[in-house]
Design a protein around this ligand. Structure first.
Ligand code: MUC
Ligand code: MG
Length: 367
């Protein structure tokens, strides 16, 4: 189980329609496929979706940091040496997405080596999650149409609505149109990606007080420390920290500082090893958790559902597991299927996902 080689392969797959939100927009999956090879001929895979507007990483930067620094720090180690590898990688600050993809590819390789599924190795609580679909910026009518299609075609009844940076009245009109168009049986929550001030957030949430929202995510920046605490203290629903909690230490700071009351765990930024730390911390602190989406493709989504289903706390709420549906194609041989509003964990071994060599050859951009 010794690691012999790490590949970082950049690829590009267009989206059928762009996803727009307060901190950026995505027109194509410009990700990096990370492969960890072992001396037994096992290959573990994971996806690195760089998000410059959230963590500062770029596609070329992820490839470079893996090739120039991380590969040497990993090669020669056993797949079981997760903690010492983590300590070596953490000598380089930042780069959460590159580090996480290495970690998850190691877990995939370990599962394949032991003939066990990653979900079972992590915790094995359940084998599926309810799905929440993230609705990017558009007109109220277009967002209601998309949500209706997701409900009718896939049985999805939980929606995260992107808000912020547009006129507050447009965002509140969208949420009202969704509630009126889809009725009381759907769950709605909002994510501002830091796009409002605390005062704008308070006004918007008051305007939407009759709409039965269940969560408010990262409405304003965590750096607006005092005003965010003021906002969080007056809300009557959990305030989810997302981009402000990229490490367990940040979870502690946000929650104990009163700047958030729930946490989004994203395997794309904390891998499986760091996500376990975040999960155990949230459980100990007694805060709610949402399995978030970093605009993942199917490989990343397979990682999110494997982790989310592994624990009671992470599987309680619907996980954000559906935005790969907007991609024009993907890299894996057998597509993930959402049915009756749920996504099942692949049984394994490892992540239970295979990369299609023809698709990888068609979409990689390094040759
Ligand atoms: C989210 O929850 O914020 C937007 C940017 C990103 O990195 O993830 C998405 C979704
Ligand atoms: Mg978010």
């Amino acid at each position: 189980m010794k690691i012999t080689h790490v590949d970082a392969i950049p690829y590009r797959i267009a989206y059928r329609k762009p996803l727009r939100f307060a901190s950026g927009e995505v027109h194509a999956a410009e990700h990096v496929l990370v492969r960890v090879h072992t001396d037994d001929g096992i290959v573990g895979v994971a996806d690195a979706p760089p998000r410059p507007f959230t963590y500062g990483e770029t596609q070329r930067g992820v490839v470079a940091v893996i090739e120039d620094l991380f590969a040497d720090q990993v090669v020669g180690a056993s797949l079981l040496e997760r903690e010492s590898i983590r300590a070596r990688l953490d000598r380089t600050v930042g780069n959460p997405v590159a580090k996480s993809a290495i970690d998850m590819a190691m877990w995939d390789a370990l599962g394949r080596s032991l003939n066990l599924s990653v979900g079972d190795m992590l915790g094995g609580y359940t084998d599926r999650m309810r799905v929440s679909h993230m609705l990017g910026f558009d007109s109220p009518a277009a967002m209601v149409d998309e949500a209706t299609r997701m409900r009718d075609d896939y049985g999805i009844t939980v929606f995260k609505v992107k808000v912020g940076r547009r006129p507050v009245s447009l965002d509140t009109a969208v949420v009202r149109a969704l509630r009126e168009g889809l009725g009381d049986d759907v769950e709605l929550y909002v994510d501002g990606n830091r796009g409002w001030t605390a005062a704008e957030s308070a006004r918007a949430m008051a305007e939407m007080a009759d709409l039965g929202l269940t969560l408010a995510e990262e409405l304003c920046p965590a750096d607006d420390v005092v005003s965010r605490r003021w906002l969080v203290s007056r809300l009557d629903i959990p305030f989810v920290a997302d981009e402000s909690v990229t490490t367990p230490a940040e979870v502690t700071r946000e929650i104990l500082g009163g700047s958030a009351t729930a946490v989004s765990i994203k395997t794309a930024r904390t891998g499986f090893t760091g996500s376990m730390r975040a999960h155990h911390l949230c459980e100990g602190l007694g805060v709610d958790v949402v399995m978030g989406n970093q605009i993942d493709g199917q490989l990343g989504t397979a990682c999110t559902v494997a982790f989310g289903a592994a624990f009671a706390l992470t599987s309680r709420r619907a996980g954000e597991l559906s935005n790969f549906l907007d991609m024009s194609d993907d890299l894996i041989t057998e597509p993930l299927t959402i049915r009756d509003g749920e996504l099942a964990v692949r049984p394994g071994p490892g992540l239970g996902v295979e990369i299609d060599p023809d698709k990888l050859a068609a979409y990689r951009i390094d040759r």
